[in-house]
Design a binder for this molecule. Sequence first.
Ligand code: HEM
Length: 408
Amino acid sequence: MSSTASVPLGLPMERDAGPFDPPRAISRLRDARPVSPLRFPDGHEGRLVTGHEEARQLLADNRFSSRQDLGVLHIPYETPGMPVPTEPSPQVPGLFIAMDPPDHTRLRRKLTGAFTVKRMRSLEAHLADIVERQLDALAHLAPPVDLVKEFALPVPSLVICELLGVPYEDRDTFQANSARFMLKEQPLEEKIAAYGAMTSYLAELVARKRAAPGDDLLSDLARHDDLTAEELTGIAFLLLLAGHETTANLLGLGAFALLENPGQLAALRAEPELMPGAVEELLRYLSVADIFYRYATEDIELGGEIIPEGSTVVVSLLAANRDPRRFDDPDTLDIRRNARGHLSFGHGVHQCLGQQLARIEMRAGFAALLRRFPDLALAVPADQVPLRTDMNIYGVHALPVTWTETAR
Ligand code: HEM
C-alpha cells in the first residue's frame, strides 16, 4: 500500500468512469490507501474511507460520532457557509440518525417495533396494489414517459405516506422541499429554509395526530407521552425523507442499470426467482446513499492510520461496495452473485431502519415493471440521461423510457 496517493481537494464527484461506477479518483484512492487524507474546500483536513473492511469498522465504532453535521441530516461540510467542526454538533430533537448512544438508542427503540420484518410483510400485499395501480396509470400514457416521475418516485412516496399517515395530496410541498434540501451545492441558508418549511408542515401534522390519533405509525408514536412534539416532528422528518428519496432513486437508477445490462435483464425476466438476489446486487452495485460523515471523538486507529481526534471522516459506501478485496469482479453487475455483506444500508447502530421495507418495495416494483412492460427500453441515448451528481442521494433526475407492448 502506498501513502503517496495525492490528497484530493474536496470529494471527487464526477462520474467519469460511467454512470454507475465510482469516480475514478475514489477507486484509485481505495486501491492505494483505503483510509486517506482529504482536504475540504475550506482548507481543513479530514479523512476519506473507501475500503470495505475499513468502512465496516468505522461504522461499527461509536467513537466515531454521528453528530457531525449540525445534526441536520446531510448538510455536509462542502456546503457553502458551513462552519468547520470543532466538537460534536448539537443535536436536533428527533433526528436520531445524527445522534450517538444513549440518545440514539432511546429514540430508535421506540421505532423498532414499527419496522419489524413481520409488519413489513403484512404491508406487502398492499404494496403490490400500489405498484399495480401506478403501472396501470403508466400503461395509459403515450411513450416516451419519464419513469422517475411516473413510477420510481410515486411508489415509495405513496408507501411512506401511507405508513406514516402523511396525506399524499401534500406531496408537492414535501417533495419540493426535500429536493431543495438534498441539493448539494445549495447554500446553508437555503437548506435551513427548506428544512424549516418541512418541519413546520410536519409539526402541524403531528399536533393533529396527538389530538386525534389514527391508524398509522406517526399516530402510534404520538401516543408515547415521553416523546416531545419536537422529537415527533424530527422523527417524522427523518422517516419521510429517508423513506422516499433513497428507494425512489434505487428504483430509477436500478431500471437504468438493468436496461444498460441487457444480459442481466433477460436473465431476471426469464427467472423471476432471482429477484431477491438481484435487488441485493443492485443495492451493492449502485449504492445510491453513498456518502456519510462521522466525527472522531478521540484518536482512533483505522486501516493502519491514526485518525486524530476532531477529524471529520467521510465514508464512501459505493467505493467500499466495489472493493475488489471483498467482492470478485466488483464493477460488474451480476444478479447471480452473493452480494450479502454490502454496506448499502450502513452497519452498526445506525444500520438502516427501513431496510426490510426498501427491499420489499424494490422486489415488488422491479418485478411488476418487468412483467408489465416486456420490451421496456430507453427513449434517449444513455449518455443523455441526467445524473444526480448534484444531489446527496445519487440516481437519475429523469429516465425517459418507451415500449410497444404492455402485459397484465
Ligand atoms: C439509515 C440507506 C431506505 C429509514 C440508513 C443508513 C443507510 C441507509 C446507509 C445508515 C446511515 C448512517 O449510518 O449514518 C438506505 C437505502 C435505502 C433506505 C439505500 C433504500 C434503498 C429507507 C427507508 C426508510 C429508511 C424506506 C424508512 C421507511 C432510515 C432511518 C435511518 C436510516 C430512520 C437511521 C437509522 C439510525 O440512525 O438508527 N439508511 N435506506 N431508509 N434509514 Fe435507510
